[in-house]
Write a protein that binds this ligand. Sequence first.
Ligand code: C2O
Ligand code: CU
Ligand code: CU
Length: 541
Amino acid sequence: MRKMFRVTRRGFLMSAAALAAPRMAFETAVAKPARGASESFSADVDLELVCQRDLAPILPGKPTQVWRYTGNLLKGPANTLTTLPDSYLGPLLRLVKGQKVRIRLRNDLPEQTITHWHGLHVPMEADGHPMAAIETGETYVYEFDVRNRASFNFYHPHTHEATATQVYHGLAGGLIVEDEEERALGLPSGAYEIPLVIQDRSFDEANQLAYWGGMHRDMFGFYGERILVNGRPDYRLDVESRAYRFRLLNGSNARIYKLTWDDGTPLTVIGVDGGLLEKPERRPYVMFAPAERVDLWVDFSGRPVGSKLVMRSGAFEGLVPPMAQRMMGGALFVGDDYPLFTATVTRAVSDSPKLPEKLATIQHIRMEDIANRDRPRPIALSMGHMQVALNGRTYEHDNVMDIERIPVDTVQLFEIYHAHGGGMGGMGGMGMGRGMMGGGMMGGMGGGMGMMGMMNMAHPVHLHGQPFEILSRTYEGDDADAYATIRDGLIDSGLKDTVLVTHGETIRIAKPFNDFKGRFMYHCHNLEHEDMGMMREFSVE
Ligand code: C2O
Ligand code: CU
Ligand code: CU
């Protein structure tokens, strides 16, 4: 509780001063001494993660200057930490449900930072709240119990107005949680379980990362023309003729992919953000937005040695305005068709595990468990001129609306939708839903190539803490043809922590807020949008 108090106190100082000079107030209010490990917490796993500058070999020739996590295991099973060869990505962390984990995050960067364990259900002081950012040379000690079920998660910075640039320069890593239920299935593991972190980057002639795009980048997100998988361009992997588990994470700042096998083989999805589905699902393609995870069963059995299977991003429309991309001069449009990585069968084997028919048991949320069944809380997404907002407001710590106050240990119903208009008037009390959000300054400007058309952008919406269930998704937009290019790739079963919300859709989710009081973020995971303020806090109280 001592830590919690400090965060709250800083928050108070910030919001009082914020009226005059928000940026300066933020910087002065967060200065604080490093935190130490607590005596009472007996860690099963203890590790150090250092955020530092480094050089990484990415393209042929000159190495690239990156920012990265390097890890150092102090205590715990040896497989807790795996360094990816030749990659700027942080080490793959492997935790087990029930473990007590301490992570010492040291900041050796020239600016402040803080790390968030995206997908993990942890107390506020271990969640990487932007207010907890540490200065150069400081260490932040995280201590938490692993409460999640088996899942593939994403650690990355959550620094105030610098998340996008810090992730872009390399600070990102995967975090696997294992549990007994999953182990009992005997899914492909070891060399047959392959994490694949997909990102897009842009390089200048000197092989250095370019973060171009200026105002349009901030408005629509960054799109690079080079696809990197696990930090490598033109990613290839050699496989045996048997089943594999490919665990994909979209670590891109803004790019949305449409995962497709080049030979038309359907994708067999066994899991999403919050772990395994109840049973496998076959899809012609899978839409894959920033921060989402997709767990694929990929069976190379019977494929001859030398054969290749290419994962591509297939063509689609309607999620990012083509005009916006053209204005940024990007060479690889989001809705184009292009390759992501190639798997080549290099060895024939006769044995392969079988795909289980039943994967997991999910305790579904029942309608009667939901505290606000008849009054969904809105998450209204809006974009205006050089402005993005949630429920009509941009991020400010300690500026909690009534609709953002949530009683602890309740399940809440949310309705997420695009609000026409970016009016900054804000929302009143709870229950002021949809009708109240319209009529902002952009309202009624029509679609097509007009200003509204430019703002018709899909947003990957992420809520911190426990995963949620998607109860319904309805589309009432006016471009059914574009929507038809993505619809079959939206996976709404299983447990999610990030959901792609297309213009014209209304999505209902039910999310538990158990165990921890405090401030937890919800935001757009287009990282440029997040940094532009398309982020808010829930106050769980
Ligand atoms: Cu992956 Cu609040 O973020
Ligand atoms: Cu998160
Ligand atoms: Cu967004």
